[in-house]
Design a protein around this ligand. Structure first.
Ligand code: BES
Ligand code: ZN
Length: 895
């Protein structure tokens, strides 16, 4: 069945092989069909570092057939022992040479004679390494309830690491079915993409069992997975008949219940949304102790960090619950969008990740409407994407990639957050009904095959009758986004708007003759009904005029209600002044209050308005009740506070923060009240943490009191108060506080608690203690994937921390780079430690450090950091004095 199916799907295959790193199609074989049998002998103690495996690939030659005596495959860190080719009905030919091209992660198998035309099978025996690098087939350490250290063996193949587990054609468009067999110690369990079809004693060694899994559907190598270890699970059946299991560490099955509930609700939701059923008989979700990403969507066996899957009703906080729901929603969406229909090449990675990052919110909104998750999208993804995409060193959503390091590099906020944001804009432009129609057509047309961005546009275009490709190309093929400049005039009962676009640059306006243009869907609302779009236009040129009829002169006009369009807005002074009262009196929607503030903040950073103007707008938020609005405001104040830590009036901005957050802090108090919900819990944590960090006396005292009781075992802190309390006591703490915190860390049974502590340790002020925290980050106490957030926490906490963390990264570069093997965690580390400086010469230093210390997967991140440093420096030079004067003047007694 698969052979013909694959042929029809391979309309673009052989692939457009422009990049050296891709498999060259001129070399035999093109693999229209590949069957892999893996027999992995996993050593009894689980401590073995290598494994023996056999692989059998069944292949058919391409048409037109090229005569050759070579087979080229992807392969990395693998020793091939023997390889042979058996032509159908012919004699076995042994390969006589294995030519490893390590740089390209390939091997060429050389045969003594030309391989005969027709199909045949390729047999390979090889030894692989069970590595400690959290990629390929690797070891993950865990401690048994009795305190013994053991290892699980797990896989992480995306993007290009299946080739580290077995030789293969490791490209998303080279799909195949997989038959997997694992030979494992009999007291362990083995999981893979499919269900187990046979488990029997292994004849050669009775301490082992042979576990055979059902044949997978045709799929890409990066989605193959297997896990061997000791786990407990909880199980349920979704309403559409899929068996769902959540695997947890032994003894913690209860902690899988929340995710199980989300997953069983989510599967039918997607089935209904896509009008396509989940295609496998089962899905497992499993928590892996050592795990680089947040989670990975392996088909039928989704792997997660423990903190992205496990929830303990008593010890998990509201934000963890929300995170688990989002991650489960994200990975399950990939089961359709990504796994069933796969991107043709990594250039279209954004489609996978952008789409999943959008629909995870739709899913959580369905499961937990009380989370008001779409407003949180704007603060978490939309504004983050705008900030990054305003840099000269951003990149288009669709980007040419070849080498694995280039692929690693695009797992960034452009692919995820900008991708999700432009899909949200598109969904809004098309409307839900036609969007779903188009999605359904796309999934049906390309199921079990590969697709590109254009394919999706074509389906959506047909479903909606709108010019989707033309609109979307302007957002995905060119980097950046526009700033929409708006002015108005009242003509009788009409309002005439002049709307124009130009590229928004983080460094301020430029007179660029070749200014790009976007096709911008623009919605407009008025104060008559701020939640209702009064008019829609598609701005497809540099400027236009829009006439709004029947509007009273004293009514305001707002562009982009719902903050859906991916652009910033610059209003004329009168328009802005008319909008601002809507912040104070809350007549603007929360998402629009947030969007307005965020636009102004970024305009200030770009030097287009004064930062003092933004501080005045921020003061209008004193009555703000909404968590997400506060959260975004708090984030921007954090940025400003970090900037002003370079000045000698840092304390004045702390006072500003205290004044702004005190009324809401008083209103909320410390203890939750009956009837409060998820968002109240989040808001209380945010506000108390902010007040505590900024040195609000009463908050600090209460935090210390509660911390003491917590430590003494008198009164355990509720989970939602722990982060703010820990942060507050550390920020104003000494070596005893740090000792206590490290003790709590050691005692913590849940990874969530450990992470909670790790993230705030950097707040400790004394330089020698900062150093202790940095050393702790690289110690055995911290999981390798969490080191980054400990160091990042130090860098983000204070001026001293920033310097110390950067020095620490430089001093320990070898170890850090080696630890992450240049993966995306290294980019994250660089961003967290280098981004916050605000002196020109630091940009030069960062640049020169990475010229001599290569981090190929982080090249763009380094450039972005340098650009940010220069922007910070310019901002400080431009506005510091005015900010200082404003902060002094607002304290002065009125005359
Ligand atoms: N496919 C990714 C996992 C991944 C990330 C693999 C980077 C290789 C490199 C997965 O679907 C994902 O996006 N995970 C996110 C979590 C998600 C909720 C945004 C992650 O790991 O951060
Ligand atoms: Zn994803």
């Amino acid at each position: 069945m698969h052979t013909s199916e694959f042929h029809s799907s391979s309309r673009r295959w052989p692939l457009s092989l422009s990049k050296a790193a891709r498999i060259q199609a001129v070399l035999f074989p093109c693999v229209p069909y590949l069957l892999v049998l893996l027999e992995i002998s996993y050593n009894k103690t689980g401590k073995g570092k290598s494994y023996l495996a056999k692989e059998l690939g069944i292949m058919k030659q391409p048409d037109p057939f090229k005569w050759t005596n070579q087979i080229v495959m992807n392969c990395a860190d693998i020793d091939i022992i023997t390889a042979s080719f058996v032509p159908e009905g012919g004699e076995e030919i042994n390969a006589t040479g294995f030519n490893y091209q390590n740089e390209d992660e390939k091997v060429t198998l050389c045969f003594p004679s030309i391989l005969q035309k027709g199909s045949g099978s390729l047999k390979i025996d090889f030894v692989g390494e069970l590595n400690d690098k959290m990629k390929g087939f690797y070891r993950s350490k865990y401690t048994t309830p009795s305190g013994e250290n053991r290892y699980a063996a797990v896989t992480q193949f995306e993007a290009t690491d299946a080739r580290r587990a077995f030789p293969c054609w490791d490209e998303p468009a080279i799909k195949a079915t997989f038959d997997i067999t694992l030979i494992i110690p009999k007291d362990r369990i083995a999981l893979s993409n499919m269900n187990v079809v046979d488990r029997k004693p292994y004849p050669e060694d009775h301490s082992l069992v042979e576990v055979k899994f059902a044949t997978t559907p045709i799929m890409s190598t990066y989605l193959v997975a297997f896990v061997i270890g000791e786990y407990d699970f909880v199980e349920s059946q979704s309403s559409d008949g899929v068996t769902v299991r959540v695997y947890t560490p032994v003894g913690k099955a209860e902690q899988g219940k929340f995710a199980l509930e989300v997953a069983t609700k989510t599967l039918p939701f997607y089935k209904d949304y896509f009008s396509v059923p989940y295609p496998l008989p089962k899905i497992d979700l499993i928590a892996i102790a050592d795990f680089a990403a947040g989670a990975m969507e392996n088909w039928g066996l989704v792997t997660y960090r423990e903190t992205a899957l496990l929830i303990d009703p008593k010890n998990s906080c509201a934000s963890s619950r929300q995170w688990v729901a989002l991650v489960v929603g994200h990975e399950l969406a990939h089961q359709w969008f990504g796994n069933l229909v796969t991107m043709e090449w990594w250039t279209h990675l954004w489609l996978n990740e952008g789409f999943a990052s959008w629909i995870e919110y739709l899913c959580v909104d369905h499961c937990f409407p009380e989370y008001d998750i779409w407003t949180q999208f704007v603060s978490a993804d939309y504004t983050r994407a705008l900030d990054l995409d305003a840099l000269d060193n951003s990149h288009p959503i669709e980007v040419d990639v070849g080498h694995p390091s280039e692929v690693d590099e695009i797992f960034d906020a452009i692919s995820y957050s900008k991708g999700a944001s432009v899909i949200r804009m598109l969904h809004n432009y098309i409307g839900d009904e036609d969007f779903r129609k188009g999605m359904n057509a796309y999934l049906l047309k390309f199921q079990h095959k590969n697709a590109s961005t254009e394919d999706l546009w074509e389906c959506l275009e047909q479903a909606s009758g709108k010019p989707i490709a033309a609109v979307m190309n302007s957002w995905t093929k060119q980097m950046g986004f526009p700033i929409i400049v708006v002015d108005q005039e009242q003509h009788g009962s009409d309002r005439v708007l002049k709307i124009s676009q130009k590229k928004f640059c983080a460094s301020g306006p430029r007179n660029d003759e070749n200014c790009p243009n976007w096709m911008v869907p623009i919605s407009i609302c008025t104060s008559e009904d701020p939640s209702c779009t009064k008019m829609k236009v598609l701005l497809d040129q540099p400027e236009t005029t829009v006439n709004i009829t029947n509007i009273a002169p004293d009514h305001w006009i707002k562009i982009n209600p719902g903050t859906v369009g991916f652009y910033r807005i610059q209003y004329s002074t009168t328009m802005l002044e008319s909008l601002l009262p809507g912040i104070r009196d809350l007549t603007l929607l929360p998402v629009d209050r947030l969007g307005l503030q965020n636009d102004l903040f970024s305009l200030a950073r770009a030097g287009m308005i004064s930062t003092v103007e933004v501080l005045k707008v921020m003061e209008a938020f004193v009555n703000e009740p909404n968590y997400t609005v506060w959260s975004d405001l708090s984030c921007n104040l954090g940025v400003l506070s970090s900037l002003l830590s370079h000045t000698d009036f840092h304390e004045d901005i702390q006072e500003f923060i205290r004044d702004l957050f005190t009324p809401i802090g008083m209103k909320l108090g410390w203890d939750s009240k009956t009837g409060e919900g998820h968002l109240d819990a989040l808001l209380r944590g945010l506000v108390l943490g902010k007040l505590g960090k900024a040195g609000h006396k009463a908050t600090l005292e209460e935090a210390r009191r509660r911390f003491k009781e917590h430590v003494e075992g008198k009164q355990t802190l509720p989970a939602d108060l722990r982060s703010p309390v820990y942060l507050t006591v550390l920020k104003h703490g000494d070596s005893t506080t740090l000792d206590t915190m490290l003790k709590l860390h050691k005692q913590a049974d849940m990874q969530e608690e450990k992470n909670r502590i790790e993230r705030v340790l950097g707040a400790i002020p004394a330089p020698d203690l900062i150093q202790r925290v940095l050393n702790f980050a690289l110690s055995e106490e911290v999981r390798p994937q969490d080191t980054v957030s400990v160091i990042g926490g130090v860098a983000g906490s204070s001026k001293q921390g920033r310097k110390a963390a950067w020095k620490f990264v430089k001093d320990n570069w070898e170890e850090l780079h080696n630890r992450y093997q240049g993966g995306f965690l290294i980019s994250r580390l660089i961003k967290l430690t280098a981004d916050g400086f605000a002196i020109d010469k630091m940009a030069a230093e960062v640049k020169s450090f990475f010229e001599s210390h290569h981090a190929p997967a982080a090249e763009r991140t380094v450039q972005q950091c340098c650009e940010n440093i220069l922007l910070n420096a310019a901002w400080l030079k431009r506005d510091a004095e005015d900010i200082h004067q404003y902060l002094l003047q607002r304290k002065a007694p009125p005359v």
